[in-house]
Design a protein around this ligand. Sequence first.
Ligand code: C2E
Ligand code: MG
Ligand code: MG
Length: 251
Amino acid sequence: MESTLRQAAERGELILQYQPKYDLGTRQLVGVEALVRWNHPTLGLVPPARFIPLAEETGLIGMVGEWVFRAACAQARRWREAGCRMQVSINVSARQFREPDLANRMLAIMAEIGVDAAGIELELTESVFMEDATRAVSTLERLKAAGVRIAIDDFGTGYSSLSYLQRLPLDVLKIDQSFIQNLSEGPDNAAIVKAVIHMARSLGIEVVAEGVETERHANYLGAWGCTYGQGFFFGRPMAAEDVIARSATAH
Ligand code: C2E
Ligand code: MG
Ligand code: MG
């Protein structure tokens, strides 16, 4: 798998799907998250959980991550040319984030493609900050100064720490889908979700709920002050061509 992953990008086997993100109040499409898949000749569509960890271990993540970033920026530009204003979020894994000179390389790609930095958002998990937080913060500040937005992904799981909310130049917090999916299982999850929404908003950070699967959950989250939602209720990851049709109507 390692040797074929190496060639996958060159052979055009990596593809991006885009999952819509909605405003919970207006129910309008506001952006998409790019999610990579490997269209393998014999294995079929391989999900990222099956090859991103491999790419991280083998050092191929630099190549895969750069392919994803370039492809998502190119798509952002095509949408803009079609008159469709949308935030495009791109996942960056911990090891990819430690690639030397990452900020400058991303800025150079955006300039080359001609995409507005303000339309691009990077999604990072807290593992990015665990080894060298000082360096991570300076990389983020450089990107943020150029207009790129910064989101913390899967918040509330793993080692996410409240101190990150203070130290990092964050624009967006994404509440992990496990909290949303367990909302029906009793008042404790609701209490945690409400507290996280309140805390983020008090810090001036936008909140996205991940894994919104039902209309009921979308309604609750909106009423609790969560600004955006993403999940199967609004739409599964889809081909870029299918996104435009959605931008015209509310959900
Ligand atoms: P993530 O960034 O937290 O992305 C959300 C994942 O949850 C996606 O899985 C998405 O399809 C799934 N999801 C969205 N809404 C729902 C829902 O309502 N219910 C359920 N059950 N699941 C939902 P996917 O595409 O398999 O991606 C898994 C993870 O792989 C992502 O988690 C992200 O950490 C990583 N990943 C995906 N694309 C990339 C990429 O281009 N680069 C890097 N470094 N990592 C990526
Ligand atoms: Mg993400
Ligand atoms: Mg997530």
